[in-house]
Design a protein around this ligand. Sequence first.
Ligand SMILES: Cc1ncc(COP(=O)(O)O)c(C=O)c1O
Length: 469
Amino acid sequence: MNTFVTGHRLARELGEWRGNAPAYQSLAERIRVLLLDGRLSSGARMPAERELSQALDLSRTTVAAAYSKLREDGFLESVRGSGSTLCLPGMERGEHSLHSGLPFDFTKATAPAYPGLQCAYASALAELPNYLSHDGFDMVGLPDLREAIAQHFADRGLPTSADQIMVTIGAQHGLNLVARTLYSPGERILVEQPTYPHALDTFTSLGARILAFPVRAESGWDVQQALLQIRRAAPSMAYLMPDFHNPTGLSMSIAEREFLAAAADREGTILVVDETTALLDINRGPLPPMASFSPNIITLGSLGKLAWGGLRIGWIRSSREMQARILRNRPAVDLGTPIVEQLAALALFKDLPSMAASRSRELRRGRDTLVQLLQELLPQWSLNIPNGGLSLWINTETMSSSALALAARSQGLALVSGPRFGLDGAFERYLRLPFCYESTQLRHGVAILSDIAGHVGSEPLRLPQQAVI
Ligand SMILES: Cc1ncc(COP(=O)(O)O)c(C=O)c1O
């Protein structure tokens, strides 16, 4: 299905798009970045030239020239009478590539497979015959795997029984199930700013009105803002990443956890806590899971970052009543989690401590290498050094990260610009750089960034007010 982009929405997404180049060129470039980093999708129908020129307060000739440039470069198709549609050159509409096709791809904060993964699959295949007499449509998860996941919470100090666990096809699937269950049309959803882009995609696809409160490198979660938003707008749910937050890598303090859990309970907002990154500890040490502070909290988890993104095994922990509600919604989305993957996950759970230790060593090496490279080659960028997670959230201070992403592409490096992690064009000066890559890749990537940084948008930008609605 084609999506329609209105002039107003595009104006919001564009943020501060003007640069030194002629207006039509800057506009075309910014639309191209929005398409490349996923803020606009291939196949989306663009506003008519007249509508966009009104929304941007620009002449129609400028918009027409920008569209014409996009058409020339293969990013727009126009058919007389049916408007203009975005497309990625060399791809079918709406099709997504697994890789950017560039030699260096820093768009994904995800590490290669855990070395023990193949053994886990081998043991899963050996176990499989024991399951072949069942129908194989498994909507809640294999009992042993649910038990292992429940035990994993208990080991972290949060007593949990297997019937509080649903096994899902990764955390993203879990989030979709939970959001479909909690959200009703017209309601609001509260998120951190910045946040995980595909959570925004999920909430946007439901038609939700999204509110945000800030998470800052210097001061952490602005819980007072969160409280204000919860009181004023009564969101049905709030989506949080308290442990090694993506993209900042920050961890929420115990006091902040207690405060937010109590505020949400008082006001009737359900906290959905995404722990996909929670086991990526480099040098922090354990903190109590957020769900220790309220029985109403729903927790999402995944083996995607620890074991392998391709495993596609995650889980939802919640009260039994909530499990029943989520289960009622599941058949509309899918008919169960694959069995072989669940058996492999079960084998991996037996190996969890060594898997976490091995990831921690790799991430420490990557983080320290990337920090050192940036301090040497781009000392003007402000870094906050996280003690876990997969990425640095960098404040370039003056640079347009969208322009940087575009220039990097032409040098063979794929990047995601800051605004993909925020609402309404926020974080234009920010860049997420994952450190879960080999040292040689990190060196090449930073060398490219350092080469282009000198001539990309070095003048201070007139940035839009950071949107904290
Ligand atoms: C915060 C967060 N949640 C969810 C996901 C998706 O997890 P999964 O691959 O298990 O669906 C990711 C993956 O990048 C993530 O960073």
